[in-house]
Design a protein around this ligand. Sequence first.
Ligand SMILES: Nc1ncnc2c1ncn2[C@@H]1O[C@H](COP(=O)(O)OP(=O)(O)OP(=O)(O)O)[C@@H](O)[C@H]1O
Ligand SMILES: Nc1nc(=O)c2ncn([C@H]3C[C@H](O)[C@@H](CO)O3)c2[nH]1
Length: 310
Amino acid sequence: MYRCVNPVSRCNKLTGLRRVLGFGLNVPGPHGSTAYGTMSAKKTGGTSPSRSRCLSSQVPIQDGKARVKRVSIEGNIAVGKSTFARLLQSASPDWEVMAEPVSKWQNINSGASKGTVASPQATVINLLQMMYQDPQRWSYTFQTYSCMSRFRTQLQPPPARLLRSEGTPVQVYERSVYSDRYIFALNMFELGCINSTEWAVYQDWHSLLVEQFGHQVELEGIIYLRAPPQKCMERLERRGRSEEIGVKLDYLNKLHIQHERWLVEKSTELHFEKLKHIPVLQLDASVEFQADLEVRDQFLIKVKNFFNAL
Ligand SMILES: Nc1ncnc2c1ncn2[C@@H]1O[C@H](COP(=O)(O)OP(=O)(O)OP(=O)(O)O)[C@@H](O)[C@H]1O
Ligand SMILES: Nc1nc(=O)c2ncn([C@H]3C[C@H](O)[C@@H](CO)O3)c2[nH]1
């Protein structure tokens, strides 16, 4: 990985889009993501996050503002988003953190359509691995699927607990439909792993969906976990996720630059008015906040103040 140099050697990726959006692939579970706080209930067959949520998918509005604030955590691969998300989840009952649906990308069930039992020939597809092994062939398919699963996550209504909260209830997402486009898909396009036709198609349906869902997929704020790419590389290697074995520092450098353009320099061309003015909290994620209680508390104070100001 990464320089996609042979854009003509691939088969028609729109076939992949059609498959991902409707035919042949099954999305396990009703939603694309898991709330950190409800993971154990799900594993033990207890109340699923979807069932414990209120039925309306509309976010209640008060004085023209969303009653439950929505914030995404953004940052490079292995910078520590999931670790930080778990910290937030344990810090306040007013905060609900939705994990990035990585396991869905690693386990797509072929041979069953939604709501049916998989046929005996069904195989499990690891789209994350396919994208890393052959980015030129699979990047567009991957972005359709990752983005679809992020829309599902962001469209889930807040849990009743947050709606009842008298404090500042916040729904926190690990990445968003916006980083899907302005970090990853854009990067893959710039690397030549997504060609100009695919990029045009991706942007067209992305804009359509964001505009159609409107307020339901808006964010009130972004937390940017920032660390040098070299630090992310060390953490990525230490974590040892098998699909990421071929990831090079150069790729993390490029993703770092995309984050900086979008969230610091503000030079990325954005297509949604609210996103252009969104408040961004930058945190230095190179520090070891897990072990150091003082650093952890400082982080939490910054986050709390940020949420209160949204
Ligand atoms: N502040 C930190 N200090 C030291 N190690 C950390 C810190 N944050 C995370 N780690 C370690 O770095 C590795 C990657 O962290 P984590 O899985 O949280 O990253 P991530 O940003 O969620 O990754 P991805 O982009 O793949 O979703 C893990 O092994 C984790 O224990
Ligand atoms: N190409 C691409 N597009 C995305 O939208 C995207 N979102 C996450 N990832 C990769 C990073 C981690 O390896 C792993 C978990 O974050 O998945 C992505 N890769």
